[in-house]
Every structure is written in structure tokens, then in C-alpha cells.
Design a protein around this ligand. Structure first.
Ligand SMILES: C[S@@+](CC[C@H](N)C(=O)[O-])C[C@H]1O[C@@H](n2cnc3c(N)ncnc32)[C@H](O)[C@@H]1O
Length: 376
């Protein structure tokens, strides 16, 4: 192991993400072998292996996400990251939550670099691991890199939301791309008692991990946890259009005022809960162009109905102007959702859970009978 690799494994063990039965795999599978020569950091900086081999190698063993594809590999586009090697601590945390052990059969959705599939193959054996990648080029590179490291799990090029019936039933399903609707195929292809771990979110909040157990009657249920923001599976991508595109000078908006300040309602737990009640709404914060000007605007936009709200925040003042446009009163909905979260005792993310069947995705708080939203 290069020193930075050793340091990363020690770090993962220390922060508690790495259970003992995973340690050897993390020591022996070399992350740098799964990376392309050019990697992009989350801040957009690019590092080339040929130009700066030491930095490239150091980054391979730094606990950060490395972006490996932009705009599905197209030459031109908005610059959206579409494939990556996830943060090692998140990889380890998800594998820990998966509670996967030798003798089990696993399905991964989102092969990406192949690193996670290599870890699974190391623990379970190639024959027990199937991984699906939607992008042909990404899948092909992963196959080559897996083979180069001595692993040959089944790498399927296809849409992972369909699962892979050919090797079902699985004991464990792990998705490394986020969903808003848990594909029912994953449940149908998992053995009763098996587990599904997937990043989950919506337009308002991306996201958390859904930790589901498959029951005997074709449903899966479990709680949310963690704090992760993953790329979406391709056909569930959330619109990232700039808020301005939904606002026009002709819009006759309604004006009001609020004493609510955004800091608390936009924090992780509150914002997750609010998002459960307004899942299609995008939120964005736009700061004043002059950096000495402390004012900022919180935007809420519902692309489907064309409704928007802008909350013009002036730090230091006790009330702020709010404008609302369209059939939905988005700010009023937001205020009520926040009040509901406060009245419920400000529940953290892990008090919420989800039950998925072939025709429902029900979100609950504390117990599956206390349903607060249906998202299908
Ligand atoms: C965060 S990356 C996965 C990281 C990967 N597990 C690793 O170890 O490097 C997400 C991947 O999911 C893939 N993806 C997106 N939608 C998909 C789908 N419907 N089916 C299969 N793969 C999908 C993307 O192309 C991307 O490569």
C-alpha cells in the first residue's frame, strides 16, 4: 500500500465507517486503479495524472468524491457531473449499512469506476456480484479496470432501475445513484429478509440513504439515515434549471411579508422534512452581486405548475418581503411545512421512513402506520 492508501484505511477505521470484516478489502483493492488519467474535484479543478502524478495519486486516497464523467460524456453541455468515484467514507458507510457477508449475493446499481464492485467481489467472490451501469463507455472502462485488478463480477450495461432478473434473488441491493422512486424491480428481485440501500431524495432535498428490508409480502420498509448527495439515476434526474428561467417580468405576483428567517428551516433535518411535503419544489439561494451587501433571496420554484416564490432576506431586519406567483402559494406551503416540523418536535431524518409496494411509496414518521406523504 502506498502511504496515502494506508492513511485512508486508518482514517475510515477511526471514524467508524469501516467494520472489521471490510478492512482487508479496503486494504487490498487499490482505488487509484479505477480512476481515469484525468479527474475532476468537486470544485471543478482538474488534475491530470501525466502532468502531476503525485497529486493525482494523493487524491485517489483522499476522502473526497472524484468526478470521472461530465454531461454523460458529451462534448458540450451544462457541465453536470454524471459519473464519479464516490467519497471513500460514504462507500464504506453504505457497505456497513448493507450488512453484507460472505455467502450472500449482491446487486449494485451504478457501476461507475468499478471500485465499489471490486470491494464487493473481494468480500463475496465474483460469482456473487452483479453490477449495472447505464453508460456504455463507463461500463466498458469499469470492466477493463476490474479485470486489471483481478476481479470479474458480472458487469451489465443497462438500466439498473430494471434490476437484473438473470441472477435474482439477491440478498442485498445497493444503489450508488440516487432515486426518488424506489424501483419495484429491486424489491421483486430481493429475497424476503434481504436489504436494499439507496440514496434517496427529491427536488427539494438530495438527500439521505434509504435503508429498506424486504418483507414476505412483496413490500420493503425501513428508515432514512445519513447525509449524502448522489447523482440521480438517469430517468429520475431533477431539473437543475436556474430559477430565473421560471420568472418573467410579466408575472403579476402577490406580495407579503414574513418574520421567518431561513437559517433554521433550511438546515438539514428541517429541510428534509419540508421536502417530504413539497417534493417537486426546487429551492435555491441567490446572494447579492455586491459581496459587501448581506442581502440574499431564497427561491422556491415548482416547475410543473410554473409557481414560484421569492423570499427577500435582509439580515438584521425583523421582517422580509415575500413574493408569490402561480397557482401554488409556495412560500405559504413552506411556512406551514416548517411549522408542522416544529410542532412534531423537530424530528431528525432517522425518525422518518418509507414503505414501498408495487403501487405505493409511503413516507411515515416513527412508525409505518403514521403516514405523512405518498410519493407515487
Ligand atoms: C456515483 S456514480 C457510481 C460510483 C460507483 N459505484 C463507483 O464505485 O465508482 C453513479 C453511476 O450511476 C450510473 N447510473 C445512472 N443512472 C443509472 C441507471 N439507471 N442504471 C445504472 N447506472 C446508472 C451513472 O452513469 C454513474 O456511473
Amino acid at each position: 500500500m502506498v502511504p496515502s492508501h494506508e492513511k485512508l484505511v486508518a482514517h475510515l477505521s477511526q471514524v467508524g465507517d469501516l467494520p472489521p470484516h471490510w478492512r482487508t478489502a479496503f486494504e487490498q483493492v487499490e482505488r487509484h486503479r479505477f480512476l481515469p488519467g484525468q479527474i475532476t474535484l468537486p470544485d471543478g479543478t482538474t488534475v491530470d495524472q501525466d502532468e502531476d502524478p503525485d497529486r493525482w495519486l494523493e487524491l485517489a486516497y483522499t476522502d473526497i468524491q472524484l468526478i470521472t464523467q461530465i454531461d454523460d460524456g458529451a462534448d458540450e453541455g451544462p457541465g453536470l457531473p454524471t459519473s464519479s468515484a464516490s467519497m471513500p467514507s460514504i462507500v464504506a458507510d453504505m457497505l456497513r449499512r448493507l450488512e453484507v457477508y460472505p455467502g450472500m449475493r449482491a446487486l449494485e446499481i451504478g457501476t461507475g469506476t468499478g471500485y465499489n464492485a471490486a470491494l464487493l467481489s473481494h468480500l463475496l467472490g465474483d460469482d456473487q456480484v452483479t453490477t449495472i451501469e447505464i453508460d456504455h463507455e463507463v461500463a466498458e472502462l469499469a470492466r477493463i479496470r476490474l479485470m486489471g485488478s483481478g476481479f470479474v463480477p458480472l458487469v451489465v450495461t443497462g438500466d439498473g432501475t430494471q434490476g437484473w432478473a438473470g441472477r435474482a434473488p439477491y440478498d442485498r441491493v445497493i444503489s450508488t445513484a440516487a432515486v426518488n422512486r424506489v424501483p419495484y424491480h429491486w424489491i421483486a428481485q430481493t429475497r424476503p429478509g434481504g436489504k436494499i440501500i439507496s440514496p434517496w431524495g427529491n427536488a427539494f432535498h438530495n438527500g439521505v440513504l434509504a435503508d429498506l428490508q424486504v418483507g414476505p409480502h412483496g413490500t420493503a420498509s425501513g428508515r432514512f439515515g445519513g447525509n449524502v448527495a448522489f447523482m440521480w439515476v438517469r430517468d429520475q434526474r431533477v431539473s437543475r434549471e436556474a430559477v430565473e428561467t421560471f420568472v418573467s417580468d410579466d408575472h403579476e405576483f402577490r406580495v407579503g411579508r414574513t418574520e421567518l428567517y431561513p437559517l433554521e428551516p433550511l438546515k438539514f433535518d428541517a429541510s428534509f422534512a419540508i421536502g417530504l411535503l413539497m417534493p417537486t419544489v426546487i429551492n435555491d439561494i441567490v446572494f447579492a452581486s455586491d459581496e459587501d451587501d448581506p442581502r440574499f433571496t431564497v427561491w422556491l420554484v415548482d416547475p410543473g405548475s410554473g409557481s414560484w416564490a421569492s423570499w427577500h432576506v435582509h439580515p438584521g431586519e425583523t421582517s422580509h418581503e415575500v413574493r408569490q406567483y402561480g397557482p401554488r402559494e409556495l412560500f405559504s406551503e413552506f411556512e406551514s411545512a416548517y411549522q408542522w416540523w416544529l410542532d412534531s418536535g423537530s424530528p431528525a431524518v432517522d425518525r422518518f421512513g418509507m414503505t414501498v409496494s408495487s403501487n405505493h411509496q409511503l413516507i411515515w414518521m416513527d412508525a409505518p402506520t403514521n403516514i405523512i406523504a405518498s410519493t407515487l
